[in-house]
Design a protein around this ligand. Sequence first.
Ligand code: FAD
Length: 430
Amino acid sequence: MALHAWGRLPNPHNANTVRLHDRHADLPNVTLPWLAHGCGRSYGDVCLNRRGSLLHTINLDHFIDFNPATGILRAEAGVTLRAILALVVPHGWFLAVTPGTRDVTLGGAIANDVHGKNHHVAGSFGHHVRQLEILRSTGERLRCHAQQHAELLRATIGGLGLTGLITWAEIALIPIANPFMTVETTRFGHIDNFWALNAQAETCWPYTVAWIDCLAQGKRQGRGVFMTAAHAATQENLPDWREKPRNIPFDPPVSLVNSLSLRTFNALYWHKARSGTSLQHHVPYFYPLDAISRWNRIYGSAGFYQYQCVLPPDAMCAGTTSLLNRIARSGQGSFLAVLKTFGNHPPPGMLSFPRPGATLALDFPNHGQRTLALFTELDAIVRDAGGAIYPAKDARMPASLFKSAFPQWETFSQWMDPAFSSDFWLRVNS
Ligand SMILES: Cc1cc2nc3c(=O)[nH]c(=O)nc-3n(C[C@H](O)[C@H](O)[C@H](O)COP(=O)(O)OP(=O)(O)OC[C@H]3O[C@@H](n4cnc5c(N)ncnc54)[C@H](O)[C@@H]3O)c2cc1C
């Protein structure tokens, strides 16, 4: 079966695919170069490898150890965050950092050093990795932690799968009293209001994020809904909650996302949002998009891009406004865009994406050259601001932007396993 990335951009060359079943086994004897592939929730080509073979890790799905007294968990790299939560939440533990979907593997979360809505207090996923094992193409198995192979660990966290195969990892969880979140919602009428709300909220809430209407212009530019949250403390009067999974059952031939549907959805969402405090189960709070599996099909056979950038603190307000102006003028755009600020934690990986500043993420239907031309203009704003694009979401950033935004790339490349590569790595080194 051909493996895809989440953006489902047309890809005429499928890689050879082999499923791994045993973490103790040697790497398989298949066409080089190799690349691990987890759930394929990266949007672009960091999880693709058309010249060689994908090592599909989804059956490396065993838990190795979990201590409910300390919240230390060790698991094979193909275990998903969904499976981890199913195991640990009933024992009063939660992931220290989680992205906006549970359907990612432990190995994928480490290799992209994913971030969540609590970066300003907790840093990124890699900050909570205590140790891991990496299997190199030489057959060596290297256990990496702060006292041993520490530089290889720093290369592997955020290392985009290029340092070898992570076979297992050990992470530290955080305690929770129950599966619910206290969520405070505030509707705001203009992007300028976001910065003040956010600065205040970051001093008292562990989770902060805003959904903004990237198509609203003029006096309503960047209007949005700001959500702050904390794990609920109360044990009493917790509501019943059951997941009702839904699916997009077929591939529409053309995108169902167009400027009319986008404008209507974004305006409805903003008008429907109510300011106030509520108790929400952690699943709809953290993973609203998991409610519809395979929602990426709505973009039709041409697929879609996500553009996620980070802008440094001194440029984030003006830079975000410039990005929104340019996007609104293009008439292309996104269902709700996500805006959040990162904290000042030193990055745990050489190629970690999170860094101080604000990160903006938007989805765009693939309209070919028209969409790529818009991205070139957005890149210029990001470059001038000294920002960066997130490799996990990227399918087209130019090599020059990657190299200037990830200045440790040369040091990183010394730790790469020569038998591993990816379409992303070839592209940003061409
Ligand atoms: C709806 C949605 C919401 C998202 N929200 C966020 C978010 O809030 N924050 C965020 O940071 N990201 C977010 N993402 C992106 C996603 O979290 C990352 O792309 C994640 O890394 C995907 O994990 P995966 O298991 O699907 O890995 P894949 O996409 O299959 O692979 C990702 C990378 O990990 C490497 N890899 C996988 N397994 C291993 C292994 N065992 N050993 C070595 N390398 C390995 C691959 O080679 C590849 O380079 C979101 C994605 C979606 C679809």
